[in-house]
Ligand binder design. Structure first.
Ligand code: PMP
Length: 396
């Protein structure tokens, strides 16, 4: 712990892990099995963070582990293309047919960077339209109004000239969209279900209108499916809502808990990337074979015909009774879209109190009021019921 504080900025490598939103010392992870995560003090928690959504099948899933171990035995880093990259791209295209071609990158941030550069090159325009509270990674073009929290929404270090190129409007605000989306916009980027301001779904018809308006203005539509991809359903948010974007960002589940992300779309757009086209993009670790086999194993594990219905049923085992309990509550609200949900508590302090109460009962909720809660395919009925009961008790 001392070493962490001494040698890492804030004791962490990503700010939310510092637990500052909930005003307490962070838990330090030691291991995890299934739905349980264990800290260095030996306490176990039912994990509702699930690697911030990257663990669709919980910790140390044996199928993913076997795939990774098999790959490890014959080398793990070549700097040459491997067949695993093609195999995962194929699996993705089967599920999201709009992704005719894919470029794998390392993180969601890089996928946003790449999508923005590609959209600017393809349209010859520079401005990006995004929604307030939507997080697409920490790239300069996408950071404005990305955070709901005062702690993390500073734009220090981002040139003002960049900030001017990013137009921010409220989510689900059609008049604002109509006013802002004009012929100067290279791309509109959206989390089809917002997951970084708590969970907030699109109002009915909003994404369809977004598709129509962006197309009419010649702007590309980018769906950031870093969280929703392979979480909301087999075909992500684009399948769930029946709206096809021009470019799709993927991350998290696509690497099965290892660092991988992707941007994909129709061949004619993707072909503008190097080496076929003029838009430069590259990465030493891009398409890393370990992440490719882990991602493919994750998708394979999720390919049963009832997988997503079952996952949603698991989520609802918690959320339905809690939503019912919260009817008429003055400040707290549970918002759910399919398998995604979060508790909106009305204030950061109220969220902190809830977070601590759950932690005391052996449940790890996201240590921030602005994040989405995740249930994996291996959370057992007893574990789900323990979460439900803790929440019902809290709100009794
Ligand atoms: N997009 C969304 C919707 C995200 O939630 C995140 C990260 N939580 C990102 C992009 C950025 O991904 P990464 O942290 O891998 O850079």
């Amino acid at each position: 712990m001392d070493q962490l504080q001494q040698r890492l900025v804030g004791g962490v490598n990503s700010p939310v892990r510092a637990f500052r939103h909930v005003g307490m010392a962070p838990r330090i992870a030691a291991g995890g099995q299934g739905a349980l995560v264990r800290d260095v003090e030996g306490r176990s928690y039912i994990d509702l963070v699930c690697g911030w959504g990257s663990l669709l099948h919980g910790h140390a899933h044996p199928v993913v582990r076997d795939a990774v171990e098999k790959r490890l035995r014959d080398g793990w880093m070549f700097g040459l293309t491997t067949t695993e990259e093609g195999r995962l791209a194929e699996r993705i295209a089967e599920r999201m047919p709009g992704l005719e071609q894919i470029r794998f990158v390392g993180t969601g941030t890089e996928s946003g960077m790449t999508a923005v550069r590609l959209a600017r090159a393809a349209t010859g325009r520079t401005r990006i339209l995004k929604f307030i509270g939507h997080y697409h990674g920490h790239h300069d073009a996408l950071l404005p109004k990305a955070g709901s929290s005062a702690l993390f929404s500073t734009l220090a270090g981002v040139p003002s000239s960049w900030i001017q190129e990013t137009v921010c409007i409220p989510f689900n605000d059609l008049p604002a969209l109509e006013a802002a989306c004009d012929a100067s916009i290279a791309a509109v980027i959206v989390e089809p279900v917002a997951t970084n301001m708590g969970t907030v779904g699109p109002t009915p018809g909003f994404l369809q209108e977004l598709r129509r308006i962006s197309r009419a203005q010649g702007a590309l539509l980018i769906f950031d499916e870093v969280v929703t991809g392979f979480r909301l359903g087999r075909s992500g948010a684009q399948g769930w809502f029946g709206v096809e974007p021009d470019l799709t960002m993927l991350g998290k589940i696509v690497g099965g808990g290892f660092p991988a992300a992707a941007v994909g779309g129709p061949r004619h757009l993707m072909q503008q990337l190097a080496p076929e086209g003029q838009v430069f993009q590259a990465g030493t670790y891009a398409g890393h074979p370990i992440a490719m086999v882990a991602g493919a194993a994750d998708l394979e594990l999720a390919s049963g015909p009832t997988f997503y219905a079952d996952l949603e049923a698991s989520v609802r085992r918690i959320t339905d009774p809690v939503q019912q309990r919260l009817v008429g509550h003055p400040t707290a609200r549970l918002e759910r879209v399919g398998t995604l949900f979060s508790l909106h508590m009305g204030s950061p302090e109220a969220y902190s109190r809830l977070f601590r109460a759950l932690l005391d009962r052996g449940i790890l909720a996201p240590p921030s009021p602005y994040e989405t809660w995740f249930v994996s395919s291996v959370h057992t009925p007893a574990q789900l019921d323990a979460v439900r009961d803790a929440l019902l008790d809290y709100f009794s």
